[in-house]
Design a protein. Structure first.
Length: 592
């Protein structure tokens, strides 16, 4: 391929460099060419952001015959150094709030769910420390990352207790008394001051690096190259820092995108200009050289799970041509929180059906208002999202999710989906021919209002990240983008590649979805074509998770749907399992 002058300058550079690369600018190709030019000099390490990026990068280096480049993630390096050496057991999903309370022996203090509120903050404090570059827990002020007024009041009152128990939790992991988390062994790796034996270290997605990993990177003796996009930093909630700003290296830029046209580039630049309101803005030039005319993949992207689910429901209930759909990252991930809380458990609490609740934390709640109070005191955004969904749709939720799953294709058939649904966080690094945005992103009007109300750096940084989310969503488009009119920046004219859609109604704040919220309708008018019966082997091939163990989350969903009167055959189809497996599970749950 023909390299741009910017790419050539990077490949011929000397010393430590940082590369600010706009979306679709060929940064991986540039890094591969950089390594190729130095193949005979010294071994190199390429640090990828996650496992999927690691595998793709390894493939590209191998295709170029670059056997001297080792491809790792930060966690894979730390795992080999720390977990093996200390014979630790790893808890991949981390600890749930009620588990922290049990491990530390926390007791209630008379206030509603006090032990769980404190356990939630202890868990977050531990994550904050593990992702930081601090040497001791006491070196950090956890209050700096707590913004909600109610949550800050709780943490301030019990700060010494929360800090002490955070240290105890980490000490238990260190001694191997309990399983360690991914955050913990990465932190232990950083604190060991490792020396990486490479002449060149190439650090990808630098804008979302944790301070812990950045500290490891900056301490190395080899030539360091850090690459990323300042405007794609969207993991501040995971305590990420923009290492492109923190690294005092020579600046290089990749400003030409091969993904999209100049029309979409203009839209992206228009969005970034909103950063004028946050005081965190320097002009960014993007040259769009994408020439794709394909319309094969169509994606609907949202800021929140709530916005995405509502748009998906609207699609299958109002579109006559609604066909097969796919949710990036597994459809179940949109109905369960990271801690495993099910949307169905929140619904059962809302309805007062306490005996149907499987989740330990939700099961401790005496009523729905108690859960809302817990969300306020802990800043638990995922639970808050579930509360919003349940309050909006209540008992229509099971039917809606069931209808979505009926149209959902498997991971292997993703390419056959008529529409792909995703939040911005889950589609990071992806690209689609056509992108349609849900109207749940921040608008310039809301941005200006909130920026004017607060001048605290923490709040302005969060607003800047909200702009980044819209920028990332816009730059997933290769050919066309459909954007709500309230999200269209001033001075950007609609075109064949950038189309606007009218805003259907105003929402409950910029975090809430503003898409049409019509109620569920009959999805399949008239006679439906009967599907051919699949053999057991075909079921295994078509549904690769069909014979996975049942989880509390799946049990909760099964209980709700069974008590709704859904037949065993329909339950089998819904869960991708055999009717016999469904009946066996129902008996296990003492429902049959």
């Amino acid at each position: 391929m023909e390299l741009t002058e910017e790419q050539k300058a990077i490949i011929n550079s000397t010393g430590n460099v940082k590369i600010n690369a706009v979306a679709g600018s060929g940064k991986t190709t540039t890094v591969v060419e950089f390594a190729k030019a130095r193949a005979a000099r010294a071994p190199a390490l390429y640090l990828a952001f996650n496992k999927s990026v690691r595998m793709e990068a390894a493939r590209k280096f191998e295709e170029c015959g670059l056997s001297n480049v080792k491809v790792e993630t930060a966690h894979s390096l730390a795992y080999k150094s720390v977990v093996f050496k200390n014979n630790y057991s790893v808890r991949p999903q981390g600890y749930k709030t009620y588990e922290i309370a049990e491990i530390l022996g926390l007791k209630g203090s008379g206030e509603e769910n006090a032990e769980y509120v404190l356990a939630n903050h202890i868990n977050k404090f531990a994550a904050y420390f593990c992702n930081s570059d601090a040497r001791k827990v006491q070196d950090l002020n956890y209050l700096e990352v707590v913004s909600d007024e109610k949550a800050r009041a709780i943490v301030s009152t019990y700060y010494d207790f929360v800090q002490k128990k955070t240290r105890l939790l980490l000490a238990k992991m260190d001694r191997g008394e309990i399983e360690v988390t991914h955050d913990f062994y990465l932190k232990k790796f950083q604190l060991s001051d490792p020396v990486l034996p490479f002449g060149y270290i190439l650090f990808d997605e630098g804008q979302d690096a944790s301070p812990a990993m950045l500290d490891v990177f900056l301490r190395q003796e080899g030539t360091k190259v850090i690459v990323g996009d300042t405007h794609q930093q969207i993991y501040g909630w995971r305590y990420a820092v923009n290492s492109l700003e923190n690294a005092d290296f020579k600046n290089h830029y990749l400003s030409t995108s091969f993904r999209f046209s100049q029309e979409i580039a203009n839209l992206a630049m228009g969005v970034l200009q909103w950063k004028n309101h946050t005081g965190n803005w320097s002009p960014t030039r993007i040259f769009g050289r994408g020439i794709s005319q394909e319309v094969g993949s169509h994606a609907v992207l949202a800021r929140t799970n709530l916005g995405l689910l509502l748009k998906a429901i609207e699609y299958i209930t109002e579109s006559r041509s609604a066909g097969r759909i796919y949710f990036e990252g597994n459809i179940n991930s949109y109905t369960y929180a990271d801690e495993g809380t099910s949307l169905y458990d929140v619904l059962s609490l809302y309805n007062g059906n306490l005996k149907m609740i499987r989740d330990r934390l939700i099961g401790q709640m005496k009523g729905f208002s108690e859960l809302e109070d817990y969300v306020d005191k802990t800043e638990d955004g995922q639970l808050g999202m579930m509360v919003d969904i349940v309050k909006e749709y209540d008992n229509e939720i099971p039917g809606m999710i069931r209808d979505l799953k009926q149209r959902h294709v498997s991971n292997q058939e993703r390419g056959k989906a008529d529409v792909i649904f995703s939040t911005v966080h889950r589609c990071k690094g992806m690209e689609y021919d056509v992108v349609e945005l849900v109207n749940d992103f921040i608008t310039e009007e809301k941005l200006e209002k909130y920026a004017g109300e607060s001048r605290e750096d923490r709040d302005l940084s969060k607003l800047s990240e909200e702009i980044n989310l819209l920028y990332v969503a816009v730059t997933r488009a290769k050919n066309r983008i459909v954007i709500p009119d309230v999200l269209m920046p001033d001075g950007i004219s609609p075109s064949s590649r950038v189309r606007i859609s009218p805003t259907e109604r105003s929402g409950r704040g910029w975090m809430a979805s503003t898409v049409s919220q019509s109620k569920t309708k009959t999805l399949y008018p008239g006679r439906r074509k009967k599907r051919d019966t699949l053999s057991e082997q075909e079921v295994r091939l078509k549904h690769n998770e069909a014979y996975m163990p049942w989880t509390d989350e799946l049990d909760s969903e099964l209980i709700v749907l069974y008590r709704e009167g859904l037949a065993v055959k329909k339950l089998a189809k819904h869960f991708g399992r055999t009717a016999g497996a469904i009946r066996a599970r129902l008996r296990k749950l003492e429902l049959e």
